[in-house]
Design a protein. Structure first.
Length: 108
């Protein structure tokens, strides 16, 4: 068996995943890269590495108003604050009863 010190490592895309001389792979950015190992005698093997952005769920949500009273044909703007700051969740606005109010991007 060949010692890993006799193995040469490479990445098909170092902007996605880098590999050091010991075969330790470091994720750099989202994407796909192929890590290749080549032994001193020319034997090769590959590993496809997919790097993704971790899902960070929102753990808090606060609206700027608890209630809103508006007249027909008027609008009111709601604002939402949610976190953590680096959450990957997105905000979806909806109305419980669209015959009363339609909400689009926080504007009713």
């Amino acid at each position: 068996m060949t010692d890993s010190k006799d193995t040469t490592w490479s990445s098909s895309d170092e902007s996605v995943a880098a590999v050091d001389k010991n075969g330790v792979v470091t994720a750099i950015s989202e994407g796909i890269a192929t890590i290749t190992a080549i032994t001193a005698n020319g034997t090769t093997d590959e590993c496809k590495v997919t790097v993704s952005i971790p899902c960070i769920p929102a753990d808090s949500l606060t609206l700027n108003k608890d209630f809103s009273i508006i007249n027909v044909e008027q609008q009111d703007t709601l604002a939402a604050t949610y976190g953590p700051e680096d959450t990957t969740d997105t905000l979806t606005w909806s109305s419980y009863d669209e015959s009363v109010a339609i909400v689009e991007d926080g504007v009713s």
